[in-house]
Design a protein around this ligand. Sequence first.
Ligand SMILES: Cc1cc2nc3c(=O)[nH]c(=O)nc-3n(C[C@H](O)[C@H](O)[C@H](O)COP(=O)(O)OP(=O)(O)OC[C@H]3O[C@@H](n4cnc5c(N)ncnc54)[C@H](O)[C@@H]3O)c2cc1C
Length: 262
Amino acid sequence: MENFNYHRPASVDDAVKAAKAKPDAKYMSGGMTLIPTMKQGLASPSDIIDLGALKNAGVSLGSSLVIKAGTTHAEVAASADVKKAIPALAGLAANIGDPHVRHKGTIGGSIANNDPAADYPAACVGLGATIHTNARKIAADDFFTGMFSTALEDGEVVTAVEFPLPKKAGYAKFPNPASRYAMIGVFVADTAGGVRASVTGAGSGVFRAKDVEAALGNGFASASLNGVKVSAKDISSDLHASAEYRAHLITVMAKRAVDAAK
Ligand SMILES: Cc1cc2nc3c(=O)[nH]c(=O)nc-3n(C[C@H](O)[C@H](O)[C@H](O)COP(=O)(O)OP(=O)(O)OC[C@H]3O[C@@H](n4cnc5c(N)ncnc54)[C@H](O)[C@@H]3O)c2cc1C
């Protein structure tokens, strides 16, 4: 690991100022991705801007569910408001990684990192969430732009994620047995604007599964997915699973997600 300067600003404004002053600075929330990548030499920021002193954590439930960026996966999993409003989201958080990762890793860090197999991007896109930053609000459909990339500008900091309340939602993932990251994860939601279905783990980033959405638009039931065959074209293939296997898993996980939806 290379040497770096450490900052612990007390406000979002100070964090943004510190980040803008140093072109190679990186924010740190839980450090669950940043620290391992620094240890492996895959990232060597000149400055770490620790967001911990912002104490920007917590959940509020009104006409939507708002989760502040510094809320850990364990806090989301345990939140009575999340369990009441979107139980699928609490279940998703409860199955991220291991207890250490869940107690340090945050929703803001997860979506800013946008790992192509991460769970929260699927929930954000599946539910049609809005990402709040220090500067603006970004629709989840526009936020996740590709592998480990997002619509965030240099120095822009995620402050919260706002989820509209669905009629019903469900998530199912086929986890890699070592990391618990999704080999395939599918989030389905019956929303005021129609059915949404998103997929993680299948390619360069989260995407909406239009064929799954169309089938579920005819009835939000797993039987509606009988015969839906997702094309393996553009689906990733690696030592863990072939593209054909992952494509097959999309329909299987979509059915499980619908069956689990509440
Ligand atoms: C062993 C292991 C297993 C895991 N399993 C899973 C899994 O099953 N599913 C899953 O989804 N994830 C998994 N993860 C990832 C985990 O969820 C991380 O917590 C998450 O990816 C990053 O969150 P963090 O708060 O630790 O972010 P950090 O590591 O602190 O930061 C990650 C990136 O986001 C940036 N960043 C952080 N906060 C902000 C912010 N507020 N605004 C703008 N940029 C910001 C940082 O600069 C950095 O580039 C796993 C990680 C490990 C180590």
